[in-house]
Design a protein around this ligand. Structure first.
Ligand code: NAP
Ligand code: SF4
Length: 672
């Protein structure tokens, strides 16, 4: 408590008290759509047990046309109430509180039935929306109010009315999407009529003793977004309409500025929420890239908000708050803001989970039951560490071997990349968790068959080795491997060609063009992406646009495939990596054949007929041509008749990432 006095202080709402200042923000996990209500209930109950004061569910559609996609979960009928009650009862039994988010997607609904203030198609949806008439608007209000009443009946402690991120209510607020000339469009008072009316009627329907959160877009980050005066006017009107709490929304989904990715500085937007403090008399929540108790505490002690919202950190570690309160912040599994297992899954219609915690949203299925076996793990990268921790959780006696002097494996390279600083925290967490779990670490040591033969189970997580691309001249002095570069051991010239444009090729490019990481300097990051004060520039978009620092090297990124580079990068983050490199004028060339390397640089040609011989005149060539499994120890053990389980990159190197490695390690151990 002493460490985080503001974060752990209760918040008195008059009719109820929140036990601390931490809200679990809304996330779409896809669990509700499974209709396995026991599983949904266990997901939330586990987080309630972890001490969070209040949780907000994933967005629930108030009607079919407002669903994010056809079949999206909602609370459409009285029959649904009993299902939701399974969740609220379980959360209450676990000592928690939960509010249901009412999410009307408007033109963001991925369906032909989508509706909006005006027939203006969104750039991120193929479906033009139907413009609502007066009756249509009345129906939407009434459906949202009915959803709130049903939520109350289902035992929720409140609702969150989703008014930000460019969804339906937000679409009425700005002329970008609202071209109406009736009482729902035109001047700002008219444009804000709908959200205010929804909150007013929700409050009337649910009575006084029920939490009503309104999520308000405080910086739209789109052309013709709201001005700051409009944000303040709306906040006051929403308060007067009966909201209990205001939550912060940052950026529309169609904004071309990253708002939650790992390269966004921590607490990058809490200054926006702070501007609203003192303008209203109800508590205000801030959000985005808050992922440790200390960051949350600093945000509150700096007067940026009354409460902090964290969403993904509760996938990474449901026990965030209890660990913070117990002085065990170093044992909180950190959300590294990668989106790989949460948002990327959601946008691929898969159940969300978490890269660092594969149990997230799989609480009823991925269970680590007690066992007294002994386990030897070789490799202290993500796969090995995840399996070791899972084994220790089962009560197994675990020994981990690694040739290196430090744990982390490839994570130690990732953390060197500008914009991937969160990996430092992940490695720190693993170090603390391994020590706390009583795992025996044998570092700086090649494990032999003799070291391993007495364990009940042997797990080989020896990772990968760089693929040899067999290019003529690759042994020359001007050629480096990505390992030499990311470990900072090699001199790199001013003009660089990178062979291979996978995740590592992109990372190496970022590393080579950047001097000081803007992720570590908020002012620089805001300038780089063209984010301004919404009090000075509508929607927070600077008129002079993005102003990145000049690249410190000229980089050319190449691949053999004749397709857009970076196509295989994360679904929700790939565009950020591409945009970041574009800002640094990295040249991207696909469809090449690598002919040879000599003192002049890299010689390539194009197409099957090897046409257009071209010299890419560079000082340094970096090989990022993918990886192959490092299985020599596994092969030795097999030859000696010692059974072992091979996981991670040592198992399959293609398309390896930490998500697969950690998931595979954890699931293997659960099955032993
Ligand atoms: P990758 O994503 O498989 O990319 C390999 C690249 O090498 C491709 O662009 C491929 O393109 C090229 N390539 C393949 N065979 C080649 C050959 N024989 N000669 C020349 N080029 C060849 O592998 P990666 O970039 O090594 O990334 C591995 C995984 O780690 C990815 O899933 C990534 O998400 C993850 N990752 C890891 C880190 C880390 O630091 N450990 C960082 C970022 C990402 P063409 O075949 O078209 O030439
Ligand atoms: Fe955070 Fe990545 Fe886990 Fe998502 S998958 S919760 S971004 S660590």
């Amino acid at each position: 408590m002493a460490d985080y006095p503001n974060l752990l202080a209760p918040l008195d709402l008059g009719f109820t008290t929140l036990k601390n200042r931490v809200l679990m923000g809304s996330m779409h996990t896809g669990l509700e759509e499974t209709r396995d209500w026991n599983r949904v209930a266990e997901f939330y109950a586990e987080r309630a047990r972890g001490g969070v004061a209040l949780m907000v569910t994933g967005g629930m559609a108030p009607n079919a046309e407002g669903g994010v996609f056809p079949g999206a979960a909602g609370l459409f009928s009285d029959a649904d109430i009993a299902n939701h009650k399974i969740v609220t009862d379980r959360v209450h039994d676990a000592g928690g509180k939960i509010a249901m988010q009412i999410l009307h997607a408007g033109r963001y609904a991925y369906s032909k039935a989508c509706v909006a203030p005006s027939a203006v198609k969104s750039p991120i949806s193929p479906f033009p929306p139907k413009e609502l008439d007066e009756d249509g608007i009345e129906k939407q209000i009434s459906d949202m109010v009915t959803a709130a009443s049903r939520a109350k009946e289902a035992g929720y402690d409140g609702v969150e009315v989703m008014g930000s991120e460019g969804y339906f209510l937000n679409q009425f607020l700005v002329t970008h999407t609202n071209k109406r000339e009736d009482r729902w469009g035109g001047n700002y008072e008219n444009r804000m009529r709908l959200p205010v009316e929804v909150v007013r009627r929700v409050r009337a329907a649910v009575g006084d003793d029920f939490i009503v959160i309104y999520r308000l877009s405080m910086i739209d980050l789109i052309p013709n977004g709201s001005t700051w005066d409009e944000v303040v006017m709306l906040a006051k009107a929403i308060e007067a309409a009966g909201a209990t709490i205001l939550n912060t929304g940052i950026g529309w989904h169609e904004a071309r500025i990253p708002t939650i990715a790992t390269s966004v500085p921590r607490r990058a937007f809490t200054w926006v929420t702070k501007k609203l403090m003192g303008e209203v008399n109800i508590p205000i929540i801030t959000s985005n890239r808050i992922n440790t108790p200390q960051v949350g505490e600093d945000v509150l002690s700096d007067g940026c908000a009354d409460m902090v919202s964290m969403a993904r950190p509760f996938l990474a570690d449901p026990h965030f708050v209890t660990k913070a309160a117990a002085g065990q912040a170093d044992l909180i599994a950190p959300c590294i803001a990668c989106n790989q297992a949460c948002l990327d899954h959601t946008f691929s219609m898969k159940i969300a989970s978490c890269l660092v915690n594969p149990k997230a949203a799989h609480e009823t299925e991925l269970v680590l039951s007690p066992s007294s076996k002994s386990v030897g793990v070789v490799g202290a990268g993500p796969a090995g560490l995840a399996s070791a921790l899972a084994a220790a959780e089962r009560g197994m006696a675990v020994t981990v071997f690694d040739r290196a002097d430090e744990i982390g494996g490839q994570l130690n390279m990732a953390k060197q990349v500008p914009g991937k600083e969160e990996f430092w925290g992940l490695v720190d967490y693993y170090r603390a968790a391994v020590a706390q779990a009583g795992i025996t670490l044998k570092l700086g040591q090649d494990a032999s068959a003799d070291d391993l033969r007495d364990f009940d189970e042997v797990i080989i997580a020896t990772g990968v080795a760089p693929r040899d691309p067999r290019i003529e001249g690759q042994d020359g002095p001007n050629v480096l491997s990505y390992i030499d570069v990311l470990r900072g051991k090699a001199e790199v010239g001013k003009r660089v060609a990178i062979i291979g444009a996978g995740g590592i090729g992109f990372d190496v490019a970022e590393f080579l063009v950047t001097d000081d990481s803007p992720t570590e300097n908020l002012d620089e990051w805001l300038e780089e992406w063209g984010v301004g004060d919404p009090a000075e520039t509508r929607g927070g978009l600077r008129a002079d646009g993005a102003k990145p620092d000049a690249a410190v090297r000229h980089v050319t990124l190449l691949q053999r495939k004749a397709q857009k580079l970076g196509k295989g990068l994360g679904k929700t983050t790939g565009w950020i990596h591409r945009a970041a490199l574009k800002m640094k004028e990295v040249e991207m060339i696909g469809g090449v054949n690598y002919e040879r390397i000599d003192a002049d640089g890299l010689h390539v040609s194009f197409g099957e007929a090897r046409e257009r011989p071209t010299l890419i005149a560079v000082d340094t060539i970096v090989l990022c041509a993918g990886q192959v499994p490092e299985r020599s120890l596994a092969d030795t053990l097999e030859a000696e008749g010692i059974a072992c389980h091979v996981i991670g990159g040592a198992d399959v190197a293609a398309e390896l990432d930490a998500k697969r490695a950690i998931d595979q390690g954890t699931r293997l151990v659960a099955s032993l």
